[in-house]
Design a protein around this ligand. Structure first.
Ligand code: ARG
Length: 459
């Protein structure tokens, strides 16, 4: 039964229904839809808009429907959307009292309220998964405190660093995501219920009461905005997109570092896949697929931004398009975060390979220049001298670590015997003691601070 069929002489065409109906996907809102209706019915009863008995019958009926859906005993079908489905079912069960549920309410404020309630839960799930991921990263950072690896710029070896710095960098990104998700959730937690179709209602409703019952921070202050605002959904999709962006970078680094060419990481068999033709292959399908899913989540953000662009006030049916992308982004992002949290402990770190790579390709050259600069050679001059040393090494098949102090002195008299120790990767990483730098002590400090910031979310 359509909620609005009174005005119509003919039923809608079958294909028009198929095109119009949202029940196949908004059935996911059943629990929040029923929760919001229970609050609305309680408020109608308490304000004397319906009788106390009617209010109770409605709430009992709705609770029974919720139990049946949860138990898998009630198939959600045969209605235009979840709101119609629940109302039809209620009327079937309790008769005329059920027909009073929609007093002082429209599906416009109803769906906006349901969706915010749903989004609130989705934001909380993101936070919970992100906390797990950050914890997983801090475990790896801890293991990396004693290891040295090369850091990169332009994907060329740049400077040695304590390996924990790498994992902490990602933990910082995901902590930032957690802060963003928390702020978005706070902004989303405003209640549209009571906005009616667009202009409020002439019934003496109590919006503060429904607001308290549904644990919103406040009722929205403008009913036109209330029924049409989907900023919270766009923010959710942006937050998911940013998380996927961070994940895609981590995936890319894991994929690169686990190649034969780099060999820093080895992904365990449990999280690797093989090739149907090349027997030797161990492929990083999990991080590759995750990197690929990033595009799909960005797509959902662009789709919603485009849908809400230029729609006139207030509710327009375009807004029904707000849900499917949201649900998919939610699923893909949460799955990706969780699988990454599982994958990280399944990565073995190849200490020797990382340490030797941190001395190869002149990764310690900055430290040669810094050595001279500390002896009062102007940095630009020191940079030039070091460049010539590097060129000499390349031409003569030598490294910064196998040069003797005498050979260094042939380029500049300021080199002392201690230059040979100063160009070891561990010494170079250890020297980067500036606040936020890559020395083991600074990385340990950073790790401590990350754990402290994470703890705020765990209680
Ligand atoms: N299924 C609709 C949606 O998701 C519910 C609101 C319908 N309101 C209306 N005026 N047709 O947006």
């Amino acid at each position: 039964m359509k909620l609005w069929e009174g005005r119509f002489e003919a039923p809608t065409a079958e294909n028009a229904d198929l095109f119009n109906d949202s029940l196949p996907f908004d059935c996911r809102l059943w629990a929040v839809d029923i929760a919001a209706s229970i609050a609305h019915a309680a408020m109608l009863g308490s304000c004397g808009i319906i009788s106390a008995d009617e209010s109770k019958a409605i709430r009992d009926g709705l609770n029974a429907i919720a139990d049946d859906i949860a138990a898998g005993k009630l198939a959600m079908e045969g209605a235009e959307d979840i709101h119609s489905f629940v109302e039809n079912e209620l009327v079937k069960r309790i008769g005329d009292a059920g027909k009073k549920l929609h007093t002082a309410r429209s599906r416009n404020d109803q769906v906006a309220t349901d969706f915010r309630l749903y989004a609130r839960g989705a934001f909380d799930c993101l936070t919970e998964s992100l906390a797990w991921l950050v914890e997983s990263l801090t475990d790896r950072a801890k293991a990396g405190l004693k290891l040295i690896m090369p850091g990169y710029t332009h994907l060329r070896k740049a400077q040695p660093m304590c390996a924990g710095h790498f994992f902490n960098a990602y933990a910082e990104m995901f902590l930032r995501d957690m802060d963003r998700v928390r702020a978005s959730r706070d902004r989303a937690n405003v209640m549209p219920l009571g906005s009616g179709a667009l202009a409020g209602t002439s019934y003496p409703i109590d919006r503060d009461m429904t607001c308290d019952l549904l644990e919103f921070d406040r009722p929205c202050e403008n009913s036109l905005d209330g029924v049409s605002d989907r900023d919270f959904a766009a923010e959710f999709l942006f937050d998911c997109s940013m998380i996927m962006s961070h994940l895609s970078r981590l995936c890319e680094d894991i994929i690169l570092y686990s190649t034969e060419e780099f060999g820093y990481f080895e992904i365990s068999d449990e999280y690797s896949t093989g090739s149907s033709i090349m027997p030797q292959k161990k492929n990083p399908d999990i991080p590759e697929l995750m990197r690929g899913k990033t595009g799909r989540v960005y797509g959902h953000l662009m789709a919603l931004l485009t849908t809400i662009k230029a729609i006139p006030l207030a509710y327009d049916k375009d807004l029904q398009e707000d849900k499917e992308g949201f649900f998919d982004a939610e699923k893909q992002t949460i799955n990706s975060i969780n699988i990454m949290a599982e994958l990280l402990p399944a990565i073995a770190l190849n200490k020797e390979r990382m340490a030797s790579a941190a001395e190869a390709e002149f990764c310690c050259a900055t430290d040669v220049a810094d050595y001279l600069a500390r002896k009062n050679v102007p940095f630009r001059t020191a940079h030039g001298v070091t460049g010539r040393i590097v060129r000499w090494c390349i031409e003569n098949g030598r490294t910064l670590q196998d040069m003797t102090a005498e050979e260094y002195r042939a380029f500049a008299p300021e080199f002392g015997d201690d230059i040979c120790d100063a160009v070891r990767a561990a010494a170079c990483a250890g020297a980067r003691t500036s606040y936020g730098g890559a020395s083991p002590e600074r990385v340990r400090e950073n790790l401590k601070s990350i754990k402290k910031r994470l703890k705020k979310y765990l209680q």
